[in-house]
Design a protein around this ligand. Structure first.
Ligand code: ATP
Ligand code: MG
Length: 441
């Protein structure tokens, strides 16, 4: 084939069966992008997790394209395309509703020998920049796991395999491509990806992949908090949280994700483990039932054991109960931000859920009605139930609120019907400057 390099002869090629048809059904946009690139003389394939998931009979989350076109070329070819990332540049091509990630073939390289701007590696082997471009074969061996390195060629309707991925899929094995320690050093997030795919696919870890995972957790300290947050969300809000947690505990990795929680578990807080496990099971059940889940609730639950420990310390210092909880919540949040970011849109509701844990005790008279109207009431109530399920004694608080809601059903008809159209935003006219400060005088 005109577009393909010689190295391809070394690859195993398999008939794609109906994979091409499925991709055309689910994401014709990715095939259009491949076709568009090929028409301009570039090589291009659909690659990665989507091929893996289709081979396993699953539903891919997203579609990726790999090509020898440079990011600049891709941007020129497609109207709605933009380059994202610096460490690892990719192009997001929007086609209809779908965003397809287009990456340029990477090459294996020893960045320490180069002084260009395209690659950069720290003393510990961490890749600070990985934009050295190469060919298809090089691209395959730069990917993380064998099962993630399968390429689909729509032209020949074949799957191309450089790394023995087909055998690993058949044997249900997750194997890092190359030396696992080096590959984890280059990018420690691959360890979290190993955990995630181990849980999600139910594949066994190849022995070296597992050993390196057990011995190199400390590398996770090098990952930027914002990227850690993204990975934690994928780990625990991906539908296999309970299994993921088991693996994380088995490999002793919790200390690198939630250090204060890991410490609380070590200190032997009785219900802490049960609480986190129940949260993860609850999250999986909600996802399976297509119910919404939020990082705010997950974080509130996982950090709760840390909040409790800090609250005890504050109480020992003589603080009032409510002040102690507020102070502990603040300290636990600040601590966690060193490890994973928590965007404000999640940290604020997380703190509200915590705050309501003490306020839900104050339920006399009109207070209950007011509390129930709080936008975070439902989450806070669910959290009370989880705490009780985990063995905390809240003197029947969950049951009280369950009964209260049964006895006082919300009159749905009284609520304004949700309108599909958003009402026009009222424009508030800004008072003239000289009037603005009057209220404060
Ligand atoms: P899913 O989308 O189901 O989470 P995926 O395998 O598609 O899984 P993506 O994050 O979408 O994962 O990445 C697409 C592909 O890019 C992967 O299949 C893999 O080949 C490659 N890849 C992603 N992250 C890395 C990494 N940190 N190191 C090496 N290759 C990676
Ligand atoms: Mg993907």
């Amino acid at each position: 084939m005109a577009n393909e390099p010689e190295a391809l002869t070394k690859a195993e090629r398999y008939p794609a069966a109906d994979i091409g048809e499925q991709i055309r059904d689910i994401c014709p946009q990715s095939i259009e992008i491949v076709d568009g690139l090929r028409q301009h003389g570039f090589e291009a394939y659909v690659v990665g997790g989507c091929i893996r998931d289709l081979m396993l009979g699953g539903q891919p989350k997203d579609f990726d394209v790999a090509t020898d076109a440079r990011p600049d070329d891709v941007v020129k070819l497609f109207k709605r395309a933009r380059v994202v990332g610096r460490r690892f540049q990719i192009v997001h091509v929007r086609n209809g509703r779908e965003v397809v990630e287009v990456t340029t073939f990477r090459a294996a390289h020893d960045a320490r020998d180069t002084d260009d701007h395209e690659s950069e590696q720290s003393d510990t082997g961490l890749l600070l920049r990985d934009n050295v471009y190469g060919d298809l074969c090089g691209d395959a061996i730069r990917r993380d796991f064998t099962v993630n390195a399968l390429y689909f060629c729509p032209q020949s309707n074949e799957i191309i395999d450089y790394v023995g991925a087909m055998a690993d899929i058949k044997n249900k094995t997750l194997r890092v491509i190359g030396d696992p320690v080096t590959r984890y050093q280059e990018d420690p997030v691959r360890m979290l990806r190993a955990v995630r795919f181990h849980a999600k696919l139910g594949f066994a870890l190849a022995p070296e992949t597992a050993d390196a995972l057990r011995n190199n957790g400390h590398l996770l300290h090098q990952v930027a908090p914002a990227r850690m947050f993204d990975e934690v969300i994928k780990l625990f809000l991906g539908g296999a949280a309970a299994k993921t947690l088991d693996i994380i505990l088995d490999f002793d990795l919790l200390q690198y994700l939630f250090p204060a929680t890991a410490e609380a578990l070590e200190d032997g807080q009785e219900y802490a483990l049960e609480l986190i496990q129940a949260t993860m099971q609850n999250t999986d059940t909600r996802i399976a039932a297509d119910k919404p889940v939020t990082p705010a609730f997950m974080y509130a639950a996982v950090l709760w054991p840390a909040v409790i420990e800090l609250r005890e310390a504050c109480l020992d210092q003589g603080m009032y109960k409510d002040d102690a909880l507020r102070e502990a919540a603040h300290a636990a949040t600040m601590d966690q931000l060193q490890t994973t970011a928590i965007p404000k849109r999640f940290s604020i509701p997380m703190r509200e859920i915590w705050d309501l844990q003490s306020r839900l005790h104050l339920k006399d008279g009109k207070r209950a009605e007011k509390l129930r109207a709080h936008p975070r009431f439902r989450a806070a109530y669910d959290f009370i139930l989880l705490r009780e399920q985990a063995g905390e004694n809240l003197e029947g608080l969950g049951e009280w609120w369950t009964r209260y809601q049964e006895e006082n059903p919300v009159d749905e008809s009284a609520r304004p019907a949700p309108s599909k159209r958003r009402p026009p935003r009222k424009r508030r006219r800004r008072p003239p400057r000289n009037q603005q400060s009057q209220g404060n005088q």
